[in-house]
Design a protein around this ligand. Sequence first.
Ligand code: ATP
Ligand code: MG
Length: 463
Amino acid sequence: MSQSTVFDLLGSTGDNREVRAKGWIRTKRDSKNIIFFEINDGSCMKGLQVVVDKEQGIVDDVLNPKLTTGASVDVEGRLVPSQGKGQGVELLAETVEVLGEAPEDYPLQKKRHSFEFLRDIAHLRPRTNTFGAVTRVRNTLSAAVHVFFQERGFLWIHTPIITGSDAEGAGNMFQVTTLDPSAPPRNAEGEVDYSQDFFGKKAHLTVSGQLQVENFACSMSNVYTFGPTFRAENSNTSRHLSEFWMIEPEMAFCDLDGNRHLAEDFIKYLLSRVLENCEEDMDFFNRWIEKGNLENLRKVLETPFAHLTYTDAIAELEKASSSFEFKPSWGIDLQAEHEKFLTESVVGGPLTVTDYPKDIKAFYMKQNDDGKTVRAMDVLVPRLGEIIGGSQREDNFDKLHSRITQMGMDPQEYDWYLDLRKYGSVPHSGFGLGFERMVQYVTGMQNIRDVIPFPRAPKTISF
Ligand code: ATP
Ligand code: MG
């Protein structure tokens, strides 16, 4: 008999047909005549109740003690309307087989464990309600990312994970090398001789696919990347990881306004897909993780994102200057407390801030005519702050060249990037959405380490 998922069985009617289900036992109740146990297989949060009539001798005294929380089982029987409350159907067992026992030291009991505790137990974490829900929501979001772009004719570009470009304008990089760290070859000056390294030069893990993907935007027009990125920054916060996933669309013939509107459509699309497809999980988050989350997200869907220039945002912050530890003034980089204030107290929802001072933004952003600001945009959301960072790119060769020089970088290292401005340059724009921040935003999960299967952060690399 073919096997059904718990999700499929719970969604069908109890018509007494023969079915087979496999999963792990969550809970068990043993009474005089009947054994009840609930199995879960990850296909949904709810478990399927299995009912064993002891008189039928299906479960004997040897098997019964093996039916414990965490054990894996294979059950055949009839799907019938449930006698109990809270579920439509249950499985009346005819055969029960334990595939793998879970001895007494199995740590997942009914009590709740802290997320920190769970991070250290690889086998247990994905079997919890919360992490199961995160996993399903994450999956729905990943698929929705591709549907959104594919429906709009964007091409998915696989930008490299190992990069030969020395600095991509976004934070510290992890080096990739096969040289012996204790005795690297050295040149006459005593410096490490990277010409003898694996790639014949210094190599790093990418911090962003943007510079590479711009080459494809300036040929295929609308493109995006979706892959892992790595940042060796010592940020021990609840919204930074050392390895995270990023989605970076890049559009030719597109200015900052077009960029801003795509970002808004994109976030709203992702939200709507999760609200439609992950109802059970979203109800769970709303109840246990972030109260009022569902209502907030629904409101976001119905309301246009607010938009302020950086200069106006600073003016708003200065009005409330006394409430900040870090005093706002024109020219500063917005701090988490400022982003929180703007989204939560000034606009009450997502906010796009544009036209930042050029000195706090990356070299490739298009310079405004005022000589002070660049065509940058960040999308900020309540609780988290920045979720998207993007810009219109500088498409003027001379301006970009002189900015690179001004910032003390070597234009020769960027000749391949500057060339885009030499041959058929076009206005183009793009942004990066931190995928885990999006998962956090949608679920309300507090710590970014709890929305990725295996978190990597400073001094943290289990498994
Ligand atoms: P932040 O100021 O929050 O560190 P950033 O300015 O360094 O962000 P960008 O370089 O613009 O961020 O990256 C684009 C997006 O990638 C950010 O808006 C954010 O959603 C995400 N992101 C950046 N750094 C991290 C990180 N260390 N961990 C997880 N997501 C990140
Ligand atoms: Mg950063």
